[in-house]
Design a protein around this ligand. Structure first.
Ligand code: GRF
Length: 220
């Protein structure tokens, strides 16, 4: 079996398939789409799910010819129905890795169980610092600047039942300048995210991530 693909039932090798969940503007999604399209990332985006029907992420997915599906508490109001719909959509599209890219909702037990150790998130700070419930978007960078921290950065981590507590896959640090504002810091961290997330996804696609409990090993 190719390290870059999985054998599908017909015996042929399928390209490693990503299912991206996003709520917002979708610049991380775009970075991933650009790199898969140009062959720099050995994967394809099989489906994008958004909980906000007007999100930039869904627009970007459609523009790239990727199935873009709105699933939310509005489309699935019954308890548990949204979770089951997300799990089923990811299964239907043959997703190997679930990529949260600015997804503002917690995943439910069906989705978590179906993709254990195969769900990643990106956070705009160096976890475990500046993470947890309520720490998202501008709030993260405001807290970093306010704290006087001299470094910040981005973290790609596995997703578990809690906010931002899953094992860390990759981090990249940047220096916080004395005159940084939350906005200027956010811009620089986002640029780092656009490089770091595809790099982490590549490790999964190449079969180079070994997970044992909370221990993550990156294979050469
Ligand atoms: C990023 O800052 C990411 O770290 C956080 O949500 C933001 C999403 O931005 N989880 P975008 O929608 O990818 O532009």
């Amino acid at each position: 079996m190719s390290p870059r693909g999985i054998a599908n039932p017909s015996g042929r090798h399928a390209v490693y398939c990503l299912g991206v969940l996003a709520s917002g503007g979708g610049t991380n999604l775009q970075a991933i789409l650009d790199r898969t399209a140009s062959g720099r990332l050995p994967a394809r985006v099989g489906v994008v799910i958004g909980n906000n029907s007007r999100s930039g992420a869904l627009v970007r997915a459609r523009r790239a010819g990727v199935p873009a599906i709105h699933l939310s508490g509005r489309t699935h109001p019954q308890p548990g129905a949204l979770d089951r719909a997300i799990a089923e959509t990811l299964r239907f599209h043959g997703v190997n890795l679930v990529v949260l890219a600015g997804y503002m909702k917690k995943l439910g037990p069906a989705t978590l169980a179906m993709h254990r150790n195969r769900i990643v998130n990106i956070h705009p700070a160096l976890l475990p610092a500046f993470g947890g419930r309520g720490m998202y978007g501008d709030r993260v960078h405001e807290a970093v600047v306010q704290s006087g921290a001299q470094v910040s950065g981005a973290t790609v981590h596995l997703v578990d039942e809690e906010y931002d507590t899953g094992p860390i896959i990759l981090q990249r640090r940047i220096r916080v300048a004395p005159d940084d504002t939350p906005d200027s810091l956010a811009r620089r961290v986002l640029a780092v995210e656009h490089e770091l997330y595809p790099e982490a996804i590549r490790l999964f696609a190449e079969g180079r991530i070994r997970i044992d409990g909370r221990k993550v090993e990156i294979l050469d």
